[in-house]
Ligand binder design. Structure first.
Ligand code: AMP
Length: 404
């Protein structure tokens, strides 16, 4: 971080959108832990930290009388945990703008932390309202964005607020720096062979990414439900597999473009099929283009897993987004597991491997392989958009230029 924070009040956008149980205990504090290095650095330099974040979607889940469910969505739930993690005074303002926030921010001493109330209590947050952003900005001397997961949103606290700080008074936090560095490394002159592994449920979500990969990947591996849209486009029989019937043309065109550009696209030659979408389904392995009626492909098959793994292990750069099957059900988790392990062994042999997107990240965590790949991104949608080459408003607001 380029700013010297001594005697500065740093307004920091963090992503504290953590899962809570019914008693409002934090069930997974990963997002808080990820933000700690930035906060600690600022406090150690003699600065004070004013933390702002959203938590859940309070305006979509109002009480029956139309009021905000403050009890559920307050950031107050995080105060005790933050105190334990930062071992300093954590003040809390029950509003993110207004008199209380202004007074508490003004009284904040170096080494102390002020946590502001949920920014999404205001429509103005997601609306990117200027006036609201200006009020947030007035609380700090400098602005730090460390919330990569929301960098693709032009919200007040992630983007518009930055307008009120000059270029020397705004910066990325360490987490955001790492995300940008790694995604840039994966996209700019990556060491070849480059393999992109995509999966998950929908072609429509990933087609832009696939098209982008055509520009520089050597291999594109397609697993998950997405694969069946491609098989159907090639006139295969896919039984009851999840497909997007309106994306057949897109899928066909993509395969043609890949052929024309010489990029090798691998579809799973076999699939683990179930007779229903359930953990206790009857299971059989079928050729992915010969799935009988009444059966659906729910994971890549053993032969496909083997060939996907072999390509991954020979790669020098691997970018993986989306699970190979319904990994949440043990009967259909093998393909994702084999791919995750292949990424780990490629990493061991010196490859750069990056996993992004909510579900593939959950899979590597579940398999305890997160430390065995080069980088696990915290940003689902944000990482996808970055890799697609889109300009992320949260990045542009700091650098003033395109993210890549
Ligand atoms: P996405 O959010 O698009 O990355 O998709 C992730 C979800 O896709 C996970 O919840 C998987 O269970 C699901 N998924 C992966 N493969 C299949 C499949 N063959 N059929 C149905 N759902 C799948």
């Amino acid at each position: 971080m380029k700013i010297n924070f001594k005697d500065k009040k740093a307004l920091i956008r963090v992503d504290f959108n953590v899962p809570l149980d019914k008693e409002y205990n934090i069930t997974d504090d990963t997002r808080i832990r990820e933000a700690l290095p930035t906060i600690k650095h600022i406090l150690e330099q003699g600065g004070a930290a004013i933390l702002m974040s959203h938590l859940g979607r309070p305006l979509e889940k109002l009480n029956s009388d139309g009021s905000i469910n403050r009890q559920k969505f307050t950031l107050q739930h995080l105060v005790k945990h933050l105190r334990k993690k930062l071992r300093t005074k954590i003040h809390f303002a029950d509003d993110c703008i207004g008199k209380v926030a202004v007074r508490k921010a003004a009284a904040l001493k170096p080494g102390e932390v002020l946590l502001l109330e949920n920014t999404r209590f205001y429509h103005e947050e997601e609306g990117g309202d200027e006036g609201f952003s200006k009020k947030l900005a007035a609380l700090g001397d400098v602005y730090v964005n460390d919330a990569f997961g929301t960098a693709h949103r032009a919200h007040a606290s992630t983007t518009v607020v930055a307008r009120f700080f000059d270029k020397n008074s705004k910066t990325f936090g360490f987490l955001m720096e790492r995300e940008i560095e790694n995604a840039t490394r994966a996209m700019k002159n990556p060491e070849k062979p480059v393999t992109c592994v995509t999966g998950g449920s929908k072609v429509s979500d990933k087609i832009m990414l696939l098209e982008k990969f055509l520009g520089y990947a050597d291999n594109i591996l397609i697993g998950g439900a997405m694969a069946y849209t491609f098989f159907l486009a090639k006139k295969g029989a896919v039984g009851n597999s999840l497909v997007e019937a309106d994306k057949l043309k897109t899928a066909k065109e993509f395969l043609k473009k890949a052929k024309d550009t010489g990029v090798k696209v691998l579809l799973p030659r076999d699939s683990v099929c179930g007779d229903k979408f359930a953990a206790d389904a009857s299971v059989q392995v079928c050729a992915s283009n010969q799935i009988p009626d009444g059966w659906m492909g729910l994971d890549i098959g053993p032969a496909a897993a083997k060939s996907f793994a072999s390509v991954i292990r020979k790669s020098k750069t691997v970018i993986w987004n989306g699970p190979m099957g319904v990994f949440e059900m043990p009967a259909f988790a093998n393909g994702t597991k084999v791919v995750a392990k292949a990424c780990a062994s490629a990493t061991k042999k010196g490859a750069f491997t990056m996993v992004g997107g909510g579900d593939s990240v959950a899979a590597v965590n579940q398999l305890k392989l997160a430390k065995k790949v080069s980088f696990v991104s915290t940003g689902g949608g944000a990482m996808l958009e970055f890799l697609e080459g889109k300009e992320l408003p949260g990045i542009k607001a700091i650098t003033g230029k395109h993210s890549q």
